[in-house]
Ligand binder design. Structure first.
Ligand code: ADP
Length: 296
């Protein structure tokens, strides 16, 4: 059993920006989605858990089969149980996939040649890059790079896997393949996936949180999140002129084009004039929370 307890993390950068403001989260094995707009503090949290930067206060303790490990205090040991997949990482463009993965494996402590070969080959199969193993990584597509990143992150059998904004720039087929791989990782590891793509969390994560301006605004399952907003979300199709005439106090969370017409959505206790109730999507929850119109 693996779990992660994040307690009261706070971080203020030297320029005065408070990127994390008393962040606490409990994560079990499996995928946990962290949603938030740009600047919410996601990368700061991910980099902190990946031992790459320090916080001002708080703790993060990983429990593996009952044994606690303080990730922030014991970085050396933390790195041994950690797999970190950054948004993009610098790869030596001319190195072949198999050789490069072998080099990373040595850094992980896999010094025995035969054992290393076995691990590297198994990982290349797992991420479906076996046929490309002799190809220079500089020639890889975005999707292949992400999958290679997973192979690197999986070296050393990590119990905490931190994945930062993975699907940027992937075509739909590559994205689906990447998702299948991620979903497989969560069996006995804590997998923390940070993204601003609401659908990725909906598809992949049984539990999630929304981070906004450094604070945790919502925690739960995507279904619970939608349930909370049910009965309080209303929509109306408007013309441009009508849109401009809307009362600013209405609590608009989104305005979008639906079949060429503007649809305005609001959070309210009861339907404002001309509005009808709608079933909340996770995206509505996200907008309601990050516009500050709804506090779960
Ligand atoms: P996200 O990953 O959700 O976009 P970040 O953690 O990157 O959020 O950033 C959170 C806030 O901290 C933003 O306002 C950002 O500008 C600021 N920030 C991030 N890194 C630094 C830094 N090294 N120095 C100063 N401010 C930073």
């Amino acid at each position: 059993m693996t779990s992660l307890a994040i307690r009261n993390l706070t971080k203020t950068y030297p320029n005065g920006v408070r990127a994390l403001d008393d962040v606490s989260l409990e994560l079990g094995a499996g995928m946990f989605g962290l949603l938030g707009p740009n600047g919410a503090g996601k990368s700061t949290l991910m980099r902190t858990l990946a031992t790459l930067q320090d916080v001002d206060a708080g703790s993060a303790v990983l429990s593996v089969d009952g044994a606690p490990l303080d990730l922030l205090a014991d970085k050396e040991r933390a790195r041994r149980v950690l797999g970190y997949l950054p948004q993009d990482f610098g790869l030596s463009p001319k190195a072949r996939a198999q050789d490069l993965l072998g080099t990373f494996a040595v850094l992980e402590g896999l010094v025995d040649r035969a054992a290393r070969r076995q691990v590297v080959d198994a990982l290349l199969h797992k991420v479906n890059l076996w046929d490309a193993r002799r190809q220079a990584v500089g020639t890889f597509s975005g999707g292949m790079r992400r999958r290679f990143g997973i192979a690197v992150a999986l070296l050393g059998n990590p119990r905490l896997i931190v994945v930062d904004e993975p699907t940027a720039g992937l075509d739909p087929a590559e994205r689906a393949r990447f998702h299948h791989l991620l979903a497989e990782l969560g069996e006995d590891a804590v997998v923390l996936l940070s993204t601003h793509i609401v659908d990725d969390v909906l598809n992949l994560c049984p539990r999630m949180a929304i981070l906004h301006q450094g604070r945790v605004r919502l925690v739960g399952s995507p279904d619970e999140a939608r349930e909370g907003l049910r009965g309080r979300l209303f929509a109306r199709t408007v013309t441009r002129a009508e849109q401009e005439a809307l009362d600013p106090a209405l609590g608009v969370i989104s305005t979008r084009l639906v079949a060429g017409r503007l649809e305005v959505r609001v959070v309210a206790d009861a339907a404002p004039a001309g509005f009808h109730p709608v079933e909340p999507s996770l995206e509505d929850v996200y907008f309601a929370v990050t516009t500050g119109r709804w506090t779960p």
